[in-house]
Structures are given as structure tokens and as C-alpha cells.
Design a binder for this molecule. Sequence first.
Ligand code: X8Z
Ligand code: ZN
Length: 607
Amino acid sequence: MRIKIISTAVIAAALFACNSTQPVETNPNEKIIAQADSFLSEYNQKYQELYYQSAEAAWTLNTHIVEGDTITAKLAEQADSMYAAFTGSESNIKACQYFLAEKEALSPLQVKQLETILYNAGSNPAIAGDLVQQRIKAETKQTELLFGFETLLNGKPVSGNEIDGILANSNNLKDRQQAWEASKEVGKNLKDGLNNLQQLRNQTVQALGYEDYFDYQVSAYGMTKQELMDVCKDMVAEMWPLYRELHTWARYTLAQKYKQEVPEMLPAHWLPNRWGQEWSGLIEIEGADLDKTLEPKGAEWIMQQGEEFYKSLGFDALPPSFYEKSSLYPAPKDADYKKNSHASAWHLDLDKDVRSLMSVEPNTRWWGTVLHELGHIYYYMEYSNPEVPMVLREGANRAYHEAMGSLIGLAAMQKPFLVDRGLMSADVETDATQALMAEALDFVVLIPWGAGVMTEFEHDLYAKNLPKDQYNQKWWELKKKYQGIVPPTERGEEYCDAASKTHINNDAAQYYDYSMSNILLFQFHEHIATKILKQDPHATNYYGNKEVGAFLKKLMHPGATVDWRTHLKDNLGEDMSAKAMLNYFAPLMDHLKKVNEGRTHTLPESI
Ligand code: X8Z
Ligand code: ZN
């Protein structure tokens, strides 16, 4: 049965009727509580239904991209429009405002739901209906252009995995540069679309009083833009001395590897990642080449072992539908469709229908990504419980969501775990400092990229209306400032290198989530290692420990029904802080200072 949405007039009439018919001694709070409950239960039901339809259509759009397939795009747009019309409807907004005016009378859970409903309305307000429609269309188009793009290398189509393979393994700088440049070609096609989305995203949220789209996305954390930018600035500043040492180490190490002079800044194509966002591929730990171990085992094995790890902590097996409906492996070479090549996890019905979209291959990078995505999936499954209303089936904040699987990814690279799981021989004498290096090249290197480059670019894009003819200049200015990375050759405004990053197109103004998640996950890890496992945080083995699982479930179970700060304090006894991460990497700082002695640093001492 379709539920009619209550309008303010209906609510007011209902209240009035109640007032005139109820006995005088009835607590007036009870009435408004009951009214709000009835509104919320109807809302949640309809929300789930429309969310599901829209997610299903988006799933098809992302897993089966066929050039010129207007039907899939149309279906996705239609479903999105229905979802937008409901979540942004004037009557729903008014109802929330009406109830929130009586906040004190309501329960905290009701207030949280009403606030979230209003927040969701913020990106789709009916009063900006035409703009919302245009934005939905533009977003669908951008996804098609990004993932339908045929990247060519020497005239032949190549996949993202193949580009990554070259950047991970080739010592030939010419090949590397070609692969890197090929991976940026897609940006040219996306520039107009990004410019269009920049305007449309801003205009739609402005209709409900947000300053701009960046302001809107940040408000989910209960922060102002300035507060968020300050948090990001602090994260970058705290990690900077370590990043600066890593940068110097990487310049000298790579110059030697490629037999070149030591460059002032790192050429983008020298690094083992298209965006230079993580450099863990630069280190090889003797006797512990996980790539070699994983290769013969195959992609399916990686998936299965990932699930096994979570199960060993006490999580349930994945529902059979996960394997039936997910799109886990690369599309066959001769497939007549393309798929989104960036990994993601989906909660389609906000209940049991969980899926992941990946292109898993048997290597270390995908091992980490599988565990990351499964973290999202298990978070979905954990908060899909009767205590969490549909509209609050989200992470305590977005960074929590990103942190869970990355935490397991960190744990899954530590020696005691690898030995336990037969992925490393117990006899291998590993160098603990090298292992720490590999972790820093992943988790530390992401901070200036995420909290610096990506965040400041998107801040300027939305909050400062960055002009289109300055996109690339700004991008490379930030890459140099925060990452010390420069392009192989001049990149003019015909390119749009920022748009080669998925999130700029379809996960806009949220990338600080990942930097915050790295900070949070070291706090979680320190707690687990010292309080639960009583092991050195650098050498843990979570496998099979139900207490670790119980702790994670406790973090996950309430979804967004809790305030993220209170939740952290309640479970860890502390606020968000980089202290755990800094402590963890402290031994590396001493080591790097020694290794870099006599070398020239080209990044400033502080930022
Ligand atoms: O996008 C992701 C995940 C999906 S939420 C694979 N990550 C960021 C990225 O790839 O840019 C994980 C780490 C950073
Ligand atoms: Zn993620």
C-alpha cells in the first residue's frame, strides 16, 4: 500500500482534534510524541521503498554501462527523481520543522530522525525542483562518461587494473608516463559536466539555506565549513613532519630505482598510484611478498578469506544474495558493457540486500580493498536491526564507515596475522621498520592527499566557485603544496585531472572522510591492541578473537542513532585525536631521520 505523506495542515488538524477530544489530564508531550511517531513510521517505510528503487537503478547504471543505452539512464533518473521528490517534498520538510519546533517534548531518537530527514531534504528540496532534476540528469551523465570511457594505451583499450599494474611494476619511465597520461585523458570529457554540477549542486542546497554544497556535506558532521577545514589543517600539520621525511625518502629511492637525478618534487608518473594517494607499492618486505603469495590463490579465494576473517571475529556469514547479486570481478575482456571500476559497497534496501561492486584481482592492493568493502558491508548488516530506523541506517558519521574495513585491512597486513593464516612463513625474519614503512606509505600518505588536495580543491570548487578555467591550475598547485607532486609535463586547462578521481564526480565534497577515518582507525586499533588483545599494536593478530568482534559490533550496532563524538567518548574514553596514529608511527620517524641524513628536504618544515 502506498502511504500518503502527511502535510503540515493534516498534522495541525490532527493535533487540534486530539486537543479537543482528549481528557484534560493527558500529558501534551504524549500526543506530539505519538504524532511524530506516526509521521516517522510512515516516512521510514516510504523512504526504504524509494531508496531501494533508486539504489537498484543506480546499481544497473554502474554495473552495466553500455554506450548509447538511454533506457538504463532514464530508469536511473526516474528512480532518483521519485526518491528526490519524496525526500525533498515540501510537506515532509514542513512536518519536520513543525515537530522540531517542539524538540524538547520529543525523544532523542525522534529528534535525530527528524534532523536527518531535513538533512536529506537539503540536497533535493522540492522548491528547487527543476534544478534537482537537472542535477540528477547531470550526475547520471557524469557516471556514464567516467566509467563508459575507453582508456587507450598505444591505441589499445586498457582497464584501470592494467594501468595500476604498470604503475605498480614497470621501471620504464616512458611506459609509466604513457600509462599515467592515458589515465588522465578521461578528465577532458568530464570538465564541462563538473562545471555544470558545481553550479547545480550549489544551487540545489542553497534553496534550503546552506551556503554551498561543501557546507551541506560538512554539516552531516555537525560542523561548520571552518571547523572542518581546521580539523583538516590540523591533521595535515600533525602528520607533516613524517610525510616530509617520507617524501624525501621517496625522491631519493625512486631516483635510484629509475637511474635519474633526484628531483625536487615527485613526478606523478614515478609513483605506484594514479593520484599518488598511497605509495605502499614502493616497499618490498623481504620474504614477505604478499603479491606473490596471493597471485596463485586467485580472486575468489581473496573474497572468501576476507569473509572468513570477519566471521572469525563473530560476524555472520554473508547472505547468499551477496554473492548472487554482487559484481565482484572485472568484466570479461569481450564484454559488451563496461562497469564502474572503482570499488564500492551498497546497501540497496537498507536491510538484507547488500552488494559490492569491485574488479578484484589477486594482489595485495585488492586484498586491502576487499577487506575495506567488507567493512562497509558488515557495518550495513550490523545496523540493520529493529532498533535503528531506516533513515538512521548509516555510520555514526561517514568517517566511521570508512574506518571499519580499513582497520581490518591494517590488521590483515601484520605479521602475526599473516603467519597465522599461512600467508607468511613463521621463519621469515621480517624487518619491523620496513613493515611500518609500508603502513606509513599507505595510511600517512593519504592524509595530505585527502585532507589537503582533495578537500581544499572541493572547498574552493563549491565554496569559492572556482572558475572552470582555473580547475587544473588549482589542482596542481594543491598537489605540489600538499603532496610535493608535480606532473610529468605542463598540464593546461584542456585537461581536468581532478575529474579523473571518481569521488570528485560522484561522491562530491566528502573526501575528508577518508583522512578522518585513518585518524579514527588508529584510535580503534590502539584500543583493540592494548585493551583487548594485550598485544603490541605493531604486531597484532585479530583473527578468531570474538572480543574484538564484539567491540566492533558495539561501534557499528547503533548506526547513526548516536552522536559520533559521544559514541567515541563512550567507547574509547577519548575524543578524536591523531595521538594514536602519531604514537604508532613514532619509531619510523627516528628511522627516517637517520636514513635521510645528509639528504635535502624540498618540502617546507611546516605547513
Ligand atoms: O574509495 C575508496 C574505497 C571505497 S569507499 C575503495 N577509498 C579511497 C580511494 O580509493 O580514493 C579507500 C581509500 C581512499
Ligand atoms: Zn569505503
